[in-house]
Structures are given as C-alpha cells and as structure tokens.
Write a protein that binds this ligand. Structure first.
Ligand SMILES: C[S@@+](CC[C@H](N)C(=O)[O-])C[C@H]1O[C@@H](n2cnc3c(N)ncnc32)[C@H](O)[C@@H]1O
Length: 382
C-alpha cells in the first residue's frame, strides 16, 4: 500500500471530535485547521475513513500544494503534478469546485478551466494521446486557494458524508447527521445511559446515537465515488473495510433512547428513517409535547435541537417554549444533563440559566451554540 495524504473538511467547531475519530481508526494526524483535518493514510484508509468518519463532510486526497499568483503559474505548477498516478486514460475529470480567499487568483471559473487544461496537457504527454473520451470512472477535483497557496484535492466521497443513506424523509428544519453525531460525541453520553430528544423531528439525533452505541459505521449503506477507482484502490480493500465494519457491529446491545415530538406526521418520518438505518428496534418514538417530558430514572441525557424561531416558528412561541423547558426538566428529571443546540442567540436568558459550557458550531452560513448543562455523575458501582 502507498502513502496517501487525506484531508477531511468538517463543520467549524467539531475538529476535536473528528480528530479523535481519525486517531481511533489508527491514522496519524498531520495538521488540524479550522474546518479541516489532514492525516496520513493509504488505499485502505480511503475506504475506512469514508465508511467510518461520522463528523467529516467528505474525504479528499491531497494531490498537491503550491504557491501561485498568476494563471501561468497555476497552469505550470498544476501540470507538474503526477496526474497519471491518479487519473487513468479513460477517466472523466473536472474541477467541481474552486474557491479562493485573500488571493490574487479569485475567479472560480478561470481557476476551474485553467486547472483542467493543465491536467489535460500533462496527461496528453504521459499517455501519448491527443483526445480523451472521458467515458470511464469520475475523478472530481476541488481547488482551494488561500493567501495564494493553491491546494488541489480529488474527492473520494461523492455525495457529502452527512448523507448516510437512511434519511429519505426529513422534517422542515432537520439537523445534519454529521452535526448530530458531533453533539452526541461532545457529550459524555454512552450506551448505558438514557437519552431523550424531546424535539426529535425526523429522528436524526436518536438515530445517530443508536448507530454510535451499536458501533455501526455510518457509511455502510451508501456508495462512494472512489469505489470506481480501480486504478487506485483494488475492490478487495472496499470489501475488507465493509467486512471489518460488519464484524464489530453490535446489534444485540440494550439501549434506552427515545424521540418525542408534538407533530405525529414528523414522527412517521422518524420511524421510517430509523427503519432505513436498521435501528428501529433501538428507539422509542412517541407523540408528546416537550412540556410532558418525564422519566423516573436518574442521570439521563437530553440531547436536542429545539425550534429556533428563525425559519419556522414565530419568535414569541419559541421564547415561551424555552421558558418552559427548564421547569419541565427540573421537575420531572432527576440529575439529568442537557445538551441543547440552537442558533437562537438569547437561549440562556429564556432558559433561565447560563450553560456550564458553551461551544460555537458553524454549519454553512448558520452559527449555532451547543449549551451544555451537566447533572451529577451516577455513583460508581462497587
Ligand atoms: C428544529 S426541529 C428538530 C429537527 C430534528 N432534530 C431533525 O433532525 O429532524 C424542532 C422540532 O420540534 C418540534 N416541536 C415544536 N414544538 C414542540 C413541543 N412543544 N413539544 C415537542 N416538540 C415540539 C417540531 O415539530 C419540530 O419537529
């Protein structure tokens, strides 16, 4: 197997969790930056990271990095990269996305076309042909320029990794699967503790929690672009990675995970999604107003994404809901911890208590905070 450097973009604020996931897979971290991590892997690592990383948005191969302040320089330095190692004679390749920050080169369409031209020039010489049919596998590229440093990546994932394949049905404001997985892993919840999402919508938080508890790889039910790259990754590596994931899957574990929502229609979607993810027997979904949340057991976790008033509900009803949350939880849940993610700026004011810890998470253009309130830990068993 050979040395392959991979970069995984992620939601701003979840880098520490993604780093932990990469280390758990056994790979060496090279660099952690805001919103992306670079690590050292090999061909099998491409398969394993696509199948396993819960909080990465995609897995990219680093093809090269160089400084360029003119289009001539971009062309020449792109042409100097060993493209024949990655793209075969019949490969279909194009720059799917180009972006530029604080750099001399800033026109995405020019960056896209010049990069493509340079690769064509290189491959014409290497393969001794003048025309490419491009009727083989797809090799989508991404070019990112920051302060004149050009990074060229090849996208191994295809559809973003938050698309696990189970969520065919969504509520109106679903949380992304990667963000749900991140907030669960930012909490000390584990499979022996109770988890309740009182605003579960299409069920993303309970489903992701069940998958984590069962050690279920999130990418088992979907395809990846790099599965077709027979010139780089032998099919047996994909099969090995899937076998490995199936071997460690714990379908027998007993879990206490519930999802409630006031909207019975959305709960129907949640049940369908849980079925698609093969976790339907691990989650109890029920129509219930948050104000009726109760549980006789101690030391559980509320992990939730309540309405936040910007897109759907009017602000006043959201404020009323936030005001009712703490009395409901405090009166009916003994020593529970609450992990609440919302982009409503004044959440703490209406909830009536400052969080023990607060973490900013950026998803696309949306800024949210994860408010963390800790209950006592259960006494240690002797
Ligand atoms: C932001 S969405 C949650 C989205 C969810 N995390 C998902 O991935 O689909 C908020 C949810 O709160 C529900 N809701 C609003 N008021 C409620 C209440 N009083 N009690 C319980 N659920 C409520 C809405 O029906 C909606 O599904």
């Amino acid at each position: 197997m050979s040395y392959i450097e991979l970069t995984t973009p992620c939601i701003f604020g979840v880098e520490a969790i993604l780093k932990k996931e990469i280390l758990q897979l056994g790979y060496e971290i090279k660099k952690v930056e805001d919103g992306r991590i670079t690590f050292i892997a090999d061909e099998l690592g491409v398969c394993r990271s696509n199948i396993w990383l819960r909080t990465a948005e995609r897995v990219l191969i680093n093809i090269g990095q160089f400084k360029a302040t003119s289009f001539d320089e971009l062309f020449e330095k792109t042409k100097d990269l060993p493209w024949e190692r990655w793209i075969p004679k019949d490969g279909k390749f194009w720059v799917k996305k180009a972006s530029s920050i604080k750099s001399k080169l800033f026109s995405p369409s020019d960056i896209q076309s010049i990069t493509k031209k340079a690769i064509v020039e290189r491959l014409k010489k290497e393969y001794n042909i003048s025309w490419f049919n491009e009727d083989g596998a797809e090799y989508p590229l991404r070019v990112f320029i920051k302060k004149d440093i050009v990074s060229i990546f090849m996208d191994t994932s295809g559809e973003a990794l938050h698309k696990r394949g189970y969520r065919t049905f969504t509520s109106k404001a679903p949380i992304s699967e990667t963000l749900a997985a991140a907030i669960i892993q930012l909490s000390p919840w584990n499979k022996d503790r109770i988890l309740v999402d009182p605003f579960c919508g299409s069920g993303t938080i309970p489903i992701e929690a069940a998958m984590i508890a069962m050690n279920m790889a999130p990418g088992l039910n979907r395809e990846f672009t790099a599965e077709k790259w027979k010139n780089i990754i032998p099919v047996k590596y994909w099969l090995n990675a899937v076998d490995e994931a199936n071997d460690v899957l714990d379908t027998e574990c007993k879990l206490n995970i519930s999802g409630y929502d006031i909207d019975y229609k959305v709960l129907k979607l949640a049940r369908e999604n849980a079925k698609n993810a093969s976790v339907e027997d691990k989650i109890h979904f029920q129509e219930r107003d948050m104000r009726k949340t109760s549980n006789s057991k101690k030391y559980g976790f509320i992990i939730t994404n309540p309405p936040y008033g910007k897109r759907l509900e009017n602000e006043e009803s959201v404020i009323e809901l936030y005001k009712d949350m703490r009395p409901t939880f405090n009166n009916n849940l003994d020593n529970w911890s609450y992990f609440i993610i919302t982009s409503f700026d004044e959440f703490e004011r209406y909830f009536g208590k400052n969080a023990d810890k607060k973490r900013k998470l950026y998803t696309g253009m949306m800024k949210a905070n994860l408010y963390q309130y800790y209950g006592d830990k259960p006494p240690k068993r002797i």
